[in-house]
Design a protein around this ligand. Sequence first.
Ligand code: PHE
Length: 343
Amino acid sequence: MQALLQQIENYKAEIAATNAITVDEVEAFRIKYLGTNGLVKTVMGEMKNVPNENKKKFGQILNDFKIFVQEKYNNLKESTSDTTLKTDDSFDWSLPGNPAVVGTRHPLSLVRNQIVSIFQKLGFAVAEGPEVEDDWHNFGAMNLPEDHPARDMQDTFYVNQNPSWLLRTHTSSVQARIMENEKPPIRVICPGRVYRNETISARAHCFFHQVEGLYIDENVSFADLKQTLYFFVQEMFGKDVKVRFRPSYFPFTEPSAEMDISCLICESKGCNVCKHTGWVEILGSGMVHPKVLENFGIDSNKYTGFAFGMGVERITQLKYRVNDLRLYSQNDVRFLKQFTGVV
Ligand code: PHE
């Protein structure tokens, strides 16, 4: 017993004097003293030879010894990593660090956010609706009965499992959902993704994005529609851009108009984007058709409204000169990182 205590003291002295510098030396220390066949284990093994009346006292001593070795090991480990770093001349501490790469917002998200915030300034609320729709909200309620020729304007993806479900072809379906649930006055914009069965090319894709607008109240006029969209264009593209309305046709608006802006790519000199006309169409619009209002029990003698739907890809193309629609969905970082820092 006395001999064992003496031995522990000797080990302690030996351990205290150990000076491990390299990582390998520290590891050797660990194996020698703390490993599965290490000294601490061996000394602990002596416990079984200690007479019962001394077990408690001796257990305490062994435990302290173990802690002592563990602490020494921790100290060695810490100072080793320090010395390695300080003495390693091969590392140039003045080198600049590797900056963390910060992601960017997708250009379509950037432009959508810009569009949304412009209309928020005018008091429009934001609403969203489902991308998988039923026939009624996408077509029927919007005054396109089943045999209406205007359904041909949009090649539709139908859902195999249930032919009355489809991928919405326009965000006008959200208009239907809003009128279904809310009473006028309604002043809302609906950003979202839409789908059409188009062959994918630089100019067409099977999905794209729209922002729909709907404003219904008493005495809403076509002048309100024009003024709202003028404001939007000026905020989005600046004061110099020119605007024109062309009569058009949509089954859910009457009268209907498409809005063009002067081509920002060629400054109206003529290019592929404006098909050498100097003008680019950015949205469809019109006064909400009385039948659409009546579909939702809104009294069309009391209330009038306007609606519009714009293409986010087209606006992004004009703003950032993106000339191939496919770039938006290819996830090529060389394309995406050009929008770093744009808010
Ligand atoms: N839904 C039409 C389209 O996708 C755009 C539109 C919306 C036109 C609202 C008029 C009013 O082409």
